[in-house]
Design a protein around this ligand. Structure first.
Ligand code: SAM
Length: 291
C-alpha cells in the first residue's frame, strides 16, 4: 500500500469528515499533503482542518458566490500543470455543496479529475437508519418557504423510494409538520442528528410522532440533521382487472393454464395470480361472475 502523491496537471475532489476528524482517509491526507493548491469552500474552515493534521498549504476560495470565476482560474492552473485539490466545508463536495461545476469544467477541458471519496451525511445516515428497502432518493435541502416546500413534497409523494433530506435546525419543526401533512402520518421517519459527533442520535418513529419527539427536549432541535422518510407503499395490484381476466379464463381452461395465461396478460406475479385463482374457484362470489 503506497502513499498516493498528487500527479501534476490533475484535479482531486476530496471528501472530508462530517464531524469526527478521525474520519479523514489516508488517501485524502496524501493528496492534501502533496497538491500544489488546495481550493476550499471556506478557507477558514479548511485551514482548521489542515491545522488538525499539521498541514501547511496555499489555500484559495471557491464557493457558491464565486464558483464560475474561481473554477476558470483553477482549471487554468491544472492545465498549466499544477495539481489542485477541492474540499468543501464538510463531507463530499458536490453533495449539497459546491464542487460539481469545477469538476465539470475540468472534465470538459479534457483534464483528469479524480475522486478521493470520504464521508457524506446522506450515506452515513442511510447506513444506520434502517428505513426503507435500500432504494432511496437524495433530495438534499427542501425549499425554505412553506408553500414551496409542500409543493416539492407533493411531487415526491408517490415515489416508492425512501426520501432523504438535509434540514437546518431552525426549520426542523415546520419541515416535520409539512412532511406529515403532505406524505401522511403513517410513514416512518429516521431523524439522524449530529452524525459522528459527540451528541450523535438517530431516532426512528412515525411521522405522526416526529414533531412531538422533537419538541420534548430542546437539545433535540440542535445540530445538523438528515431526515429519511419511508417511500410510498407499493400500489396493490389491479385486483378487479385481474379477477375479471381470471374469471373468463377459468370458465374455459384448467386452473394451471388459466393462471399461466393470466400472468402473461396482466404481468402480475405468478403467486398472486395463483392464490386469487384458487380463491375464485373455491368461493366464486356472485360479483365475480361475468355479466
Ligand atoms: N457535502 C456534505 C455531505 O457530503 O454530506 C453536505 C453539506 S450540506 C451544506 C450540510 C448539511 O448536511 C447539514 O445542514 C445537514 O443537513 C447535513 N449534515 C452534514 N453533517 C452532518 C452530520 N454530522 N450529521 C447530520 N447531518 C449532517
Amino acid at each position: 500500500m503506497q502513499d498516493a502523491a498528487a500527479a501534476p496537471g490533475s484535479l482531486y475532489i476530496v471528501g472530508t469528515p462530517i464531524g469526527n476528524l478521525r474520519d479523514i482517509t489516508l488517501r485524502a491526507l496524501d493528496i492534501l499533503k502533496t497538491v500544489d493548491i488546495v481550493a476550499a469552500e471556506d478557507t477558514r474552515v479548511t485551514q482548521g482542518l489542515l491545522n488538525a493534521y499539521g498541514l501547511q498549504k496555499k489555500l484559495v476560495a471557491l464557493h457558491e458566490h464565486n464558483e464560475r470565476e474561481a473554477a476558470e482560474r483553477l482549471v487554468a492552473d491544472v492545465a498549466a500543470g499544477k495539481s489542485v485539490a477541492y474540499v468543501s466545508d464538510a463531507g463530499t463536495p458536490g453533495v449539497s455543496d459546491p464542487g460539481a461545476y469545477l469538476a465539470r469544467r475540468a472534465r470538459t477541458a479534457g483534464l483528469p479529475v479524480f475522486a478521493i471519496p470520504g464521508p457524506s451525511a446522506v450515506a452515513t445516515a442511510q447506513s444506520v437508519a434502517g428505513v426503507g428497502d435500500g432504494r432511496w432518493l437524495f433530495y438534499g435541502f427542501l425549499p425554505n418557504k412553506g408553500a414551496a416546500r409542500r409543493k416539492a413534497l407533493d411531487g415526491l409523494k408517490a415515489l416508492p423510494y425512501a426520501l432523504v433530506f438535509y434540514e437546518a435546525p431552525h426549520r426542523m419543526r415546520e419541515c416535520l409538520a409539512d412532511l406529515a401533512a403532505v406524505l401522511g402520518v403513517e410513514r416512518e421517519i429516521a431523524i439522524a442528528r449530529e452524525l459522528t459527533k459527540l451528541f450523535e442520535q438517530v431516532h426512528v418513529c412515525s411521522l405522526a410522532e416526529a414533531e412531538a419527539w422533537l419538541a420534548a427536549d430542546d437539545n433535540r432541535c440542535r445540530g445538523e440533521f438528515v431526515l429519511i422518510v419511508q417511500g410510498a407503499a407499493a400500489e396493490a395490484p389491479d385486483d378487479q382487472a385481474l379477477r375479471t381476466t381470471l374469471r373468463v379464463l377459468l370458465a374455459e381452461l384448467p386452473l394451471k393454464q388459466a393462471v399461466a395465461l393470466a400472468v402473461k396478460l396482466t404481468g402480475e406475479k405468478k403467486n398472486t395470480v395463483y392464490e386469487l385463482a384458487l380463491e375464485l374457484q373455491k368461493h366464486g362470489h356472485p360479483d365475480d361472475h361475468p355479466t
